[in-house]
Design a protein around this ligand. Structure first.
Ligand code: GN1
Ligand code: MG
Length: 362
């Protein structure tokens, strides 16, 4: 059975308004595999979920249900009837469940495809950066009064110290025989390990509020109106969990402010674009409003550096482990990703004062 046939059979098990046809792959995400499906003239996104990354799918799906219902209820209360575009709409399985398991043990879920939307891998203009910031700022504001506790679906997801320990272990084991080739990268990483502790310590001491964070706040997870460039909302709620808004601000900086894609093969092409940073911060502050407090604002630049650093650590770890977590499209792909993240991290660090001034004026 081909992968596409597997997808078609899985689609059959959801409550769709007609006989489903698989019309193509949805590119982008690194962890799941997604297809476009059409049924009864309506389009859907069908996803085969990565069960080794998300071990408790019931908890993941229950977090998503809690969050999407909360968003829909708030939008409705505000007289904003746009929930289908501004948030995810899950389609039930024929058995009433929110995800299904096929006879091979693969897990699937289905959501409504938002017609007229598009996604971007990076910001092409300062307007894109503003809109991405605003969409995630809105998300923080919408989540601020969510009282239902969310499950921790991946413990330590943004615990940079744990990520560093995994890198050290991967370098020591050197399973793929690649450690000798990444000494300069390991060196740079070890010069900045103190960054790993800042956010966790401030969270633990209560100096930073714990919030519902998206935790994968890259610009690729923003849903844009293809005609106007306006952002409708955010996608990919798999990692919504307790955390800090700064995890999201940091990931937005990582994915939006740089001049190249996260997997650019030539790290010299990755530099900071201050105009993008300015618009991103303005958009975020506008969306989040008073919910985002001064203690958080003071750490925006640091968060961008910390999350970019963490992502470099994660990509380098996977390179050393033999590319077992992030799928690769070419040899050395995870090394390219790690080097390009490090280049961005170093430029964010070199220009931190300039970026602090931009935050102060935003
Ligand atoms: C993964 O699968 P995707 O593209 O949504 C990863 C994120 C990384 C991101 C880097 C569960 O996200 O943490 O920041 O790749 N998701 C998980 O592009 O590990
Ligand atoms: Mg994700």
């Amino acid at each position: 059975m081909t992968e596409e046939e597997g997808a078609r059979r899985a689609a059959d098990r959801f409550r769709l308004p007609g006989v489903p046809a698989v019309t193509g792959l949805v590119p982008g995400g690194l962890i799941h595999r997604s297809w476009l499906v059409e049924a009864g003239g309506v389009r859907f996104v069908l996803q085969r979920l990565n069960r080794s990354v998300f071990r408790d799918l019931d908890a993941v799906m229950s977090n998503i249900t809690v969050v999407t219902r909360h968003i829909a209820a708030k939008l409705e209360a505000n007289g904003d009837g746009d929930a289908e575009r501004r948030s995810l709409t899950l389609v039930e399985g024929k058995d009433g469940s929110d995800w299904i398991e096929d006879d091979r043990g693969d897990a699937w879920r289905c959501t409504l495809y938002v017609e007229g939307s598009e996604t971007r891998l990076t910001a092409d203009s300062p307007d894109d950066a503003y809109e991405a910031g605003r969409a995630f700022g809105d998300f923080a504001q919408l989540m601020a009064d969510l009282r239902t506790p969310l499950a921790v679906t991946i413990p330590g997801f943004h615990d940079t110290a744990t990520r560093l320990a995994a890198l050290r272990a991967a370098a020591a084991t050197d399973r793929a025989g690649r450690a000798a080739g990444v000494m300069p990268e390991l060196e740079v990483i070890s010069e900045h390990t103190s960054l790993a502790h800042i956010l966790p310590e401030l969270l633990a001491s209560g100096a930073l509020p714990q919030r519902v964070a998206h935790n994968d706040a890259k610009i690729a997870n923003v849903l844009f109106d293809a005609a106007t460039g306006h952002a409708w909302g955010v996608l990919d709620l798999d990692t919504v969990m307790p955390g800090t808004a700064l995890h999201d601000v940091g990931d937005l900086i990582r994915s939006t402010v740089g001049s190249a894609a996260e997997d650019e093969a030539d790290p010299r092409r990755m530099t900071v674009r201050p105009a993008m940073f300015q618009k991103l911060v303005q958009g975020y502050l506008y969306g989040a409003g008073p919910v985002f407090i001064a203690a958080e604002r003071a750490l925006i630049v640091m968060a961008g550096r910390a999350i970019t650093y963490e992502q470099a650590v994660r990509f380098l770890t996977d390179h050393l482990a033999g590319d077992v977590y992030y799928p690769i499209g070419r040899s050395g792909h995870n090394l390219d990703r790690a080097r390009t993240q490090l280049a961005l991290f170093l430029d964010l660090t070199a220009r931190a004062d300039e970026l602090e001034e931009i935050v102060a004026a935003a």
